[in-house]
Design a protein around this ligand. Structure first.
Ligand code: HEM
Length: 445
C-alpha cells in the first residue's frame, strides 16, 4: 500500500494542495518516493507518481486503463468533445483527422504567420518603456493562433475573441478547482456569466464555420484543413459541432501555454546575462539584421535549448491528471477504478538524479543529445503517449521565432521596483501578478 501523509477527515489534503500544489507535490515526492498517496475531500483517493518508468506506464504502456480526471472533464462545458476532453476510440479517430493540420510542412507555413504577427505587434513598442510582458505574450500568441486558424489579423482577433477568451479561461480555472461544482444549469451568478461568455465565443466561431462552408476556398488555414479532413473508412468529415469543439480546444490549449513559456523565458533571460549574451550572439550570427524566416529555426540551436530549459524550470503544464477507469497494477501497487493518478512535470524536472543543479537555468545542459542520457519520462513538458500535445512542434517553433523577433531588437529587463517573481499554478504555471518589464532597443548596445 503506498504511503502518504495523514489527511483531515473531511477535506483530506485538499487545502495543502490548493495552498501551494508545487510545494506540496515536491514534499510528497521527497518524503514518500515513487508513489505517494493523498486524498481530495473525504473519499477521493489520489496518488502522485514520481518515477519516470511508472509515469511511462500511466501515459503510454497502460494508458488504456485511464481516462482524464473529472477536473479536466469539467472543461467539456466549453471544449465539448474536442481532442483535449474526448476519450478512447472517438479521441483516436479525431486525433487522426486533426493530425494533418500539425504536419511539418504546415507548421513551416505557420512559421511565417508567427514572424509577421510578432513583428507587427512589436512595432508598437517604444524604446525604454515599461510593459506588462505577460499580457504582451498572451496577445502575441492569441494573434498567432487567430491567424493560423482563421486567417484573422491581430486586431480583428483581439476584438472578436480576445476578451471573451480571457474571461472564459479565468472562469474555467475557478470552476475546475472547486470541489463541489454546481451543474451549469443552476442559474448562479457565476454560472450565468460563464454560459454567457461561452455563447459569445460560440457565436463568433460558428459564424466563421458557416461562412467557410459557403466559401470553402477562401483561405488556406487550419480551419480549412479541419473542414476538409475525412476519415479513411467512410470518407466522412466533421460536423459543424465537431469542428467548433476542435477549434475551441486548439484555440484555448494553444495559446496560453506558449504565452507562459515565453514570459518565463524572458524573465529567466533577464536574470542570466551570460545566457542572454549567447542568445544575442546566435541571432546576430544566424540572422543579423534581416527579418527572421521560418527556415532560420533549424539553425537557432542555442535558442531552442533556451526554450527547452525554460520548459524544464517552469513547465507551463505542471501536472497531468488521470482517473483510473479499470483496476490496474503499477509499480507493484493496485490502483482502483475511480482513484486519481497525478504526475508532475514540475517535480520531475527538478530531480537532482537527472538534472545537475536542478534549480539553475543552464540551457547548455541540453547540448550533445542530453535527453538521450536520461529516462524518457524524467522530462516531459508536452506529456506523452497517445495524448501527447498535438501542438508540440508548433509550440516550439512559435516560442523560438517569437523570442528571436523580440531579442533581435530588444533587451528586456525586469522593472526596478518589481515584486518577487513566483510561479502561480492554475491550469498552467504562470508568473503570479504578471511581469512588468522594461524594453530597451539593442541598437543602443
Ligand atoms: C509550450 C506550450 C505547450 C505546452 C507546455 C503544452 C502541453 C501539453 C500537455 C502536457 C498536454 C497533454 C495533457 C494530458 O495528457 O492530459 C497537451 C495536450 C494538448 N495540447 Fe498542448 N501544450 C503546448 C502548446 C500547445 C499548442 C501550441 C497547441 C495547439 C496549437 C496545443 C494543443 C494541445 C491539444 C489539442 C492537446 C490535447 C491532445 C490530446 O489529448 O490528444 N498545445 N499539451
Amino acid at each position: 500500500m503506498p504511503q502518504g501523509p495523514k489527511g483531515r477527515l473531511f477535506t483530506g489534503h485538499t487545502k495543502d494542495f490548493q495552498a501551494d500544489p508545487l510545494a506540496y507535490f515536491t514534499h510528497l515526492a521527497n518524503e514518500y518516493g515513487d508513489v505517494a498517496k493523498f486524498r481530495f475531500g473525504p473519499f477521493q483517493n489520489a496518488y502522485l507518481i514520481s518515477n519516470p518508468d511508472l509515469i511511462k506506464e500511466v501515459l503510454v504502456t497502460k494508458q488504456k486503463f485511464f481516462i482524464k480526471s473529472k477536473a479536466m472533464h469539467s472543461l467539456e462545458d466549453i471544449l465539448g468533445k474536442g481532442l483535449f476532453t474526448s476519450e478512447k476510440e472517438f479521441h483516436m479517430s479525431q486525433r487522426k483527422l486533426i493530425q494533418p493540420a500539425f504536419k511539418k510542412s504546415h507548421i513551416n507555413s505557420y512559421g511565417q504567420n508567427m514572424i509577421d504577427i510578432t513583428t507587427d505587434y512589436l512595432s508598437t513598442w517604444k524604446d525604454g518603456e515599461e510593459r506588462m510582458i505577460t499580457q504582451d505574450m498572451m496577445s502575441i500568441t492569441l494573434g498567432i493562433i487567430c491567424k493560423t486558424m482563421f486567417s484573422m489579423d491581430l486586431k480583428q482577433g483581439y476584438e472578436l475573441l480576445g476578451k471573451s477568451v480571457e474571461t472564459v479561461i479565468r472562469m474555467a480555472v475557478k470552476r475546475m478547482r472547486t470541489i463541489f461544482q454546481l451543474p451549469l444549469w443552476i442559474p448562479t451568478k457565476n454560472n450565468r456569466q460563464y454560459k454567457k461568455v461561452i455563447q459569445e465565443l460560440d457565436q463568433v466561431i460558428n459564424s466563421m464555420i458557416e461562412k467557410r462552408r459557403e466559401n470553402p476556398n477562401d483561405h488556406d488555414d487550419m480551419l480549412k484543413i479541419l473542414m476538409d479532413a475525412k476519415d479513411d473508412e467512410n470518407r466522412l468529415g466533421m460536423t459543424n459541432r465537431q469542428v467548433r469543439d476542435e477549434l475551441m480546444t486548439t484555440f484555448l490549449a494553444g495559446h496560453e501555454t506558449t504565452a507562459n513559456a515565453l514570459s518565463w523565458t524572458l524573465y529567466l533571460l533577464s536574470q542570466h546575462p551570460e545566457v542572454e549574451k549567447k542568445l544575442f550572439d546566435e541571432i546576430d550570427t544566424v540572422i543579423g539584421s534581416r527579418p527572421p524566416t521560418p527556415d532560420d529555426f533549424k539553425n537557432l540551436t542555442y535558442t531552442q535549448n533556451i526554450i527547452w530549459e525554460s520548459l524544464r524550470v517552469y513547465p507551463p503544464s505542471f501536472i497531468v491528471e488521470r482517473e483510473v477507469e479499470e483496476d490496474v497494477m503499477i509499480g507493484g501497487y493496485q490502483f482502483k477504478k475511480g482513484e486519481m493518478v497525478m504526475v508532475s512535470q514540475y517535480v520531475m524536472h527538478r530531480k537532482p538524479e537527472y538534472f545537475d543543479n536542478p534549480d539553475s537555468f543552464i540551457p547548455e545542459r541540453f547540448e550533445n543529445n542530453f535527453l538521450k542520457t536520461i529516462p524518457s519520462y524524467a522530462y516531459f513538458p508536452f506529456g506523452g503517449g497517445p495524448r501527447v500535445c498535438i501542438g508540440n512542434h508548433f509550440a516550439l517553433m512559435e516560442a523560438v521565432l517569437v523570442l528571436v523577433c523580440i531579442a533581435q531588437r530588444y533587451r528586456i529587463k525586469l522593472a526596478p521596483d518589481h515584486h518577487e517573481v513566483v510561479p502561480f499554478p492554475t491550469i498552467t504555471l504562470r508568473p503570479r501578478r504578471g511581469l512588468r518589464m522594461v524594453v530597451e532597443e539593442r541598437k543602443s548596445d
